[in-house]
Ligand binder design. Sequence first.
Ligand SMILES: [Zn+2]
Ligand SMILES: [Zn+2]
Length: 152
Amino acid sequence: MRKYGILQLGTITNKEITLPAKTRYSKQREIIYHNLLNRHDHPTAEQIYQDLKQDYPHLSMGTVYRNLGYLVDHHMIRKLDFGEQVVHYDGNTNDHYHFICKKCHHIYDIHHDHHDALSSSLQSMVEHHIDFIDLAMLGTCKNCMEKEKEIS
Ligand SMILES: [Zn+2]
Ligand SMILES: [Zn+2]
């Protein structure tokens, strides 16, 4: 059986690891979840891993990936795929959209006061049932525009 470096935390036994994911209490998952809830930078799995590695040196990249997948599947976090090589994660599951700067790659949260109106307008345009709207805007952010102004 594969050794889990973080076993020393004392909350996960080999017996628990073989239980189905739903009933398994995972300290690692909680650590990863809380890391994501406490930041607003929409990190990648790699960034979460790098951040946690300092406090939990035995945590593996595979564990981070696996637990992020679990949290996404259980709608506890959002997975953001902007067609880049990497996906980002968001601890904020409330209705909001994203603006991605193509220059500095910063991801901004965009809150929309008319979310319900937008949802029903989009729903009226399609024959399919919409469960969730994941809207991403791509462009140049205000910080990058200011920098460009200074240079020119
Ligand atoms: Zn920018
Ligand atoms: Zn967000």
